[in-house]
Design a protein. Structure first.
Length: 212
């Protein structure tokens, strides 16, 4: 696995366009892998905008399953410095504790009057915590404590068949402490991300070793 930290230049016009349209940001990141197919890349990413004020750059974290090359982004002026890339092995054990951050898209599927299933956002803090607990149960970890920060709806634009679609995703950031309960499930969740809308910057689970 590889974790990259890219510092985006907020003065760059392409950066300005793509931080407000995360579907295009995902396309740009994926395009840096010319030989691999999307499942092989395993791309997850998160823009770190929560605590930034008067920013000179915008941190972007990118996790991939194959080694990345961000040279073209740097040459295009999208990055303020050379990217940091770190290779790491996944080696979890039951009982491991971590500080975590997850930028999630809490949703559930509901049957509409036309009997079709539609994904809808969960807007209360209680619903969002229940969503996270359900994902934890499915993903082999338990939550020892969590703070929830609701960022509201994020808009993206997608063009298909010469039509323009506005896509909105509920964005919620979870920061807390977790404990691994099932290594296989947790490894899969860490590798593949958690929840929906991964192409729009959701689902990356960031970990730091917990120190009591």
């Amino acid at each position: 696995m590889y974790l990259s930290k890219l510092l985006l230049d907020p003065k760059n016009r392409q950066v300005q366009r793509e931080i407000s349209n995360r579907y295009e940001l995902h396309r740009t990141l994926t395009a840096q892998f010319s030989e691999e197919k999307r499942p092989e890349i395993g791309l997850l990413y998160r823009l770190e905008l929560a605590n930034q004020q008067n920013i000179a750059n915008i941190p972007l974290l990118v996790q991939t399953q194959c080694i990345p090359s961000w040279d073209d982004l740097f040459k295009a002026g999208m990055l303020t410095t050379c990217p940091e890339v770190k290779a790491f092995d996944i080696n979890f054990s039951v009982g491991d504790r971590f500080y975590f951050r997850l930028f999630g898209n809490p949703t559930t599927r509901k049957i509409q009057p036309d009997r079709k299933s539609k994904r809808v956002g969960l807007y209360t803090t209680e619903e969002q915590q229940i969503w996270l607990q359900r994902k934890a149960d499915q993903s082999g970890f338990e939550i020892l404590g969590v703070d929830v920060r609701d960022f509201g709806l994020l808009e993206s634009v997608k063009h298909k068949n010469e039509q323009k679609f506005i896509i909105k995703h509920l964005a919620v950031q979870f920061d807390g402490i977790l404990r691994v309960t099932n290594v296989a499930k947790f490894t899969a969740a860490y590798t593949n991300g958690i929840g929906s809308a991964k192409a729009f910057g959701f689902g990356l689970l960031s970990l730091a070793k917990y120190v009591a």
